[in-house]
Design a protein around this ligand. Sequence first.
Ligand SMILES: *[C@@H]1O[C@H](CO)[C@@H](O)[C@H](O)[C@H]1NC(C)=O
Ligand SMILES: *[C@@H]1O[C@H](CO)[C@@H](O)[C@H](O)[C@H]1NC(C)=O
Length: 390
Amino acid sequence: MEGVNQWLPHTLIICVLTILKIQGTSEVPITIIEGALAKGAVCLDGSPPAYQFDTGFGVSVNNWLVHIQGGGWCSSVDDCRTRTYSQYGSSKKMKSTDYNFTGIMSNKPESNPNFYNWNRVVIRYCDGSSLTGDIEAVDPATNLHFRGARVFNVIMEELLGKGMKSASNALLSGSSAGGLASILHCDKFRAFFPTSTRVKCFSDAGYFAHVKDLSGEYKFEGYYDHIVTLHGSAKNLYPECTSKMKPSLCFYPQFAIPYVQTPVFILHATYDTFQVQNILATPQADPKGLFTKCKQDINACSADQIQSLQDFRSEFLDALSVVGNGASRGWFVNNCFTHGQCEYQSKWLGNPSSTLNHKAIANAVGDWFYDRSTVQMIDNQTVLPHYCTN
Ligand SMILES: *[C@@H]1O[C@H](CO)[C@@H](O)[C@H](O)[C@H]1NC(C)=O
Ligand SMILES: *[C@@H]1O[C@H](CO)[C@@H](O)[C@H](O)[C@H]1NC(C)=O
């Protein structure tokens, strides 16, 4: 007994220190949904999916922000197997510090004025298909599971059971591959709530455009073909789209978004670094490597290369135009050379070079969500690619 008594105070001190640490930083613990195994709703390696949840408070206890983490996709067995060794393919490899709650996830009013006191959840991304995959068969040789769509459903069920079913306001959000997922799952998310709940979707850096690369071809489309085929995604894309064109095209926001009924907001940088590097100036499209330096650092671009980037911007804006100008749709499009702007505190709020008409991204998204004003802003003034930093 004496040993236990000596030990207890230390445990208490460690607990208190841990709680202080979690409050002092933006660290939120991980919850693993063990019960998901029985439903076959699993990460690539067969491990159960996970999320991080920070409880809402004050006037927003009934408001829910569900954010989908990004992290690209896997398009082949080898590619997906590599992911199983990381947080992007296995909950066994996830740490809470991989994902800190800042920007749109922050719990501080001065950092995140519209959502700080909401229930804030991040869906940890471990399926490699923007949560669209669903293939029953598991090849014993690889043990890879393609079950992203089931992961989405099982996490929704879990959150509905934790109080989300009586939400007043609900926002499905996501960045990069997660921002694509927030568009592709928008109407499914809507369907979990009664009509009295205000439900909207927000996509950050998720508008991957079907545009030509430097050689004038649409090579990225082939990559999407592989992803959609490998993961069996077709049945989880908008059916009104897949009935008209091949499924991998419906993995592109510009072909899917005309069928989305729920209000959507697009946050994007026209010179999105991921798209410049992986859609426009790919090694295949630039075999001599002329763009190698420029696509990493825009200060290294020649005048011709800046022109190519501006042409890319025009094509991107054409692809974006299908979003339409319905009052429920919103967008905030700046000309930064960056990828993902809502999870980074300095881009989200407080950095003048990311604002449009003096409005910060954090305020634009809040105004749109709460119907305070129409937010449909494209930077037509500073059209050259530029870094947006403090
Ligand atoms: C999250 O915060 C912790 C503690 O401050 C830090 O060690 C870690 O690197 C951060 N993680 C990321 C992804 O920035
Ligand atoms: C930029 O031009 C587009 C197309 O003409 C227009 O819809 C948009 O409102 C303009 N953006 C701003 C910030 O004025």
